[in-house]
Design a protein around this ligand. Structure first.
Ligand code: PHE
Length: 346
């Protein structure tokens, strides 16, 4: 019986050692240590033994069982460890793989132009002012020296909402509002960007909605030469140091004198081409000295204070700066157009 037990021990150990999976090992456990296993079988023959031998054999059987379970346990640990290592190896993430690029958005070209202009004018001491897009007839026209029935109102076909309210046709009402808020006292130096609306038929150069940027400076002793110097700085910063400006007499009811500003054509350098319609000059904006009536209506003493104002279309500036040939591109959200203005990746 002793030999048989030792033999079983040896057999079990070699099966444990050769088990290649946890499943196989479990089978070995069941077959050797289970109730129907060979050890139990051997012990059944204990009845035939003498009283002295019986406990010895019992102890030996237990010892054999312990040895086999210990072996199984250590093999189990070994197999479990191997399984974890295999899993780790097979699930390793290759961090050297290049990442999938994330598509980033871009600033709208008009936003870029407005931000560039804001930076430029803030650098010259201006602050940014804003006003409502649904505006009172009073601020859009009357306070700007355009009383009801004034023929010059026809220059800006309007979307009226009621008799009293309309979609603003320009950003000049922000001038009137800002001056009024100051109660006719102290200097004003503002730039107002914003959307404006006119009853125009949309085509390559007209849009019923567009964006204007307005400038206003009011103080004692503001002169036309201040306006000219300011516009010159703006033109050179925006379009390049080699650009010339010229002022032509014009008419706006809210400025006197009024001018229109041209810059020299970049394409032909002034010689004349199709872009500048053979004139060598490109029209950029309207400007002038604030009309005394406008100052007075906002509460400023026009004998003490003078000022200048200018207004330009952001689309026109962007079209000239980036060579865009159709104003409708700004409003049709074509991703192929918009992504051209992405910030380049660093
Ligand atoms: N508001 C004018 C326009 O829309 C532009 C302008 C602004 C002209 C300020 C002179 C001074 O036509």
């Amino acid at each position: 019986m002793q030999d048989r037990l030792k033999e079983l021990e040896g057999e079990a150990i070699s099966k444990v050692e050769s088990a290649s999976s946890l499943k196989e090992l479990n089978e070995v456990r069941v077959s050797f240590l289970g109730k129907k296993g060979p050890i139990t079988e051997v012990l059944k023959g204990m009845g035939k033994l003498s009283a002295e031998e019986r406990p010895k054999m019992g102890a030996l059987a237990n010892e054999v069982r312990d040895v086999i379970s210990m072996r199984i346990e250590s093999k189990q640990q070994e197999l479990e460890e191997a399984a974890v290592n295999e899993k780790l190896a097979s699930e390793t993430i290759d961090i050297t793989l290049p990442g999938r690029p994330v598509r980033t958005g871009s600033h709208h070209p008009l936003t870029k132009i407005v931000e560039e202009l804001e930076d430029l004018f803030i650098g010259m001491g201006y602050t940014v002012a804003e006003g409502p897009e649904v505006e009172k007839d009073y601020y859009n026209f009357e306070a700007l020296n355009l009383p009801k029935g004034h023929p010059a109102r026809d220059m800006q076909d309007s979307f009226y909402i009621t008799e009293e309210f309309l979609l603003r046709t320009h950003t000049s009402p922000v001038q009137a509002r800002t001056m009024e808020k100051n109660n006719g006292q102290g200097p004003v130096k503002i730039i107002c960007p914003g959307k404006v609306y006119r009853r125009d038929n949309d085509d390559a150069t007209h849009s019923h909605q567009f964006m204007q940027i307005e400038g206003l400076v009011v103080d004692e002793n503001i002169r036309m030469s201040d306006l000219k110097g300011t516009l010159e700085v703006f033109a050179k910063k925006m379009f390049g140091d080699d650009r010339e400006i010229r002022l032509r007499p014009s008419f706006f009811p809210f400025t006197e004198p009024s001018v229109e500003m041209d810059i020299s054509c970049k394409i032909c350098g002034g010689a004349g081409c199709s872009v500048c319609k053979k004139t060598g000059w490109i029209e950029i904006l309207g400007a002038g000295m604030v009309h005394p009536n406008v100052l007075e209506m906002a509460g400023y003493d026009s004998k003490k204070y003078t000022g200048f104002a200018f207004g330009m279309g952001a689309e026109r500036i962007a079209m000239l700066k980036y060579g865009i040939d159709d104003i409708r591109h700004f409003y049709t959200d074509d991703i192929r157009f918009l992504t051209q203005f992405s910030v380049p990746e660093e």
